[in-house]
Design a protein around this ligand. Sequence first.
Ligand code: NAD
Ligand code: ADE
Length: 418
Amino acid sequence: MNNNDYVIKNIKLADQGHRRILWAQSFMPTLKLIAEEFEKSKALKGLKIGACLHVTKETANLIIALIRAGAEVFLAGSNPLSTQDDVAAALVKYYGAKVFAWRGETDEEYKGMIRRVIEHSPDIIIDDGGDLIVMLHEEYPEIAQNVLGGSEETTTGVVREKALEKKGKLLFPIIATNNARIKRMVDNKFGTGQSAIEGILRATSILLAGKTVVVAGYGFVGKGIACRARGLGAKVIVTEVDPIKALEAHYDGFQVMPMDEAAAVGDIFITATGNIDVIRKEHILKMKNGAILCNAGHFNVEINLGGLEELSVKKEKINYCVEKYHLRNGRHVYLLGAGRLVNLVCAEGHPSEVMNISFSLQALVAKYIAENHMELERRVYDVPIEVEKSVAKYTLKALGIRIDELTPRQQEYLESWK
Ligand code: NAD
Ligand code: ADE
């Protein structure tokens, strides 16, 4: 369905989407509080927000908070396969968001929808992965010049935006929301830890206990996945390129080895590096018959898909998320979610409680940009510590958890060292 204000799959899905948005909302208490405060203060009144995010029931609650603050919101998906079409429809029908996304976009359609957002000349950007911010810089510098600031949701996006900064090409300030301690811990680690495993299980319904799971990358995402896979009884192998992370994985009790060795023993492979060609032809050729391959990193480049095609004589669709590749060597392997983010393509992404934290940060960062853009330079900034602490405090309160406070004597003691 296509008109000037939206391009979505089917507006008739709106009621189902709305029910799911409200379900998610009941697990997002911090964001709910922020939305109520935004409604009163109209913190984003008159501003246009351009967002490129996975269009999920959790994202919908962020968009609603921004709209309640007085903003006009233009939303494209941040992956061609992660859009929940019922949610997109509900955002259009019940909240007046301008949504340009559907599940199953081609790469060209995907870029076209981001262009639709840019063409509305947004004041503030909220991106997940950097596609919107990079396109603004490369193709629309005159629009980018007028952007007040942007916020980045994920590790790969921050890497790309820091590269623009390093080259002196950044045209507006960026807040690296991903890099907030609370975000990387709750979202990248615990969120992906659970949701990537959920994606694999929904797609395959296999038993993890007793399987050998190879996790590539022991950063925040890899750690979460390795820990949860072990919790379900899998034997977990970690591959790394960073000697310190490799040692950490070893002392956390995982087996560590190069992919070249792991390839021959793994039953399930999960990449989580933000890097390219982590699983290549030479690895696939060593894999057991029936090995399962998937990716939790931002882009579909971690498994060399071209190489996989070249090694294959035939490809067979097993279900909505699983493809069987018949290899020339007589074996077969399975690819989940077309090598894209397994948690968002084969399942619904992180649980709402996790996105409560990430999107509370995003909402407060948008407000921070609106209020402080005059003082910000064309740099990549960390999230202000007050913003991070207030999200943590509100969330603890909503969870009914109390913590200690420093006594004056303790405060004095800590500050007494020279
Ligand atoms: P990170 O920087 O903390 O960790 C990445 C790790 O991968 C590092 O330890 C690095 O040394 C390692 N690595 C790099 N190249 C490697 C290689 N060839 N082999 C093995 N290890 C390698 O990053 P992160 O926060 O864990 O994010 C990882 C990726 O996941 C990024 O693309 C990020 O955007 C994405 N991400 C996805 C989700 C999701 O919902 N699926 C959520 C958060 C982040
Ligand atoms: N990234 C990971 N999980 C997500 C979710 N549920 N919604 C939006 N972005 C996500």
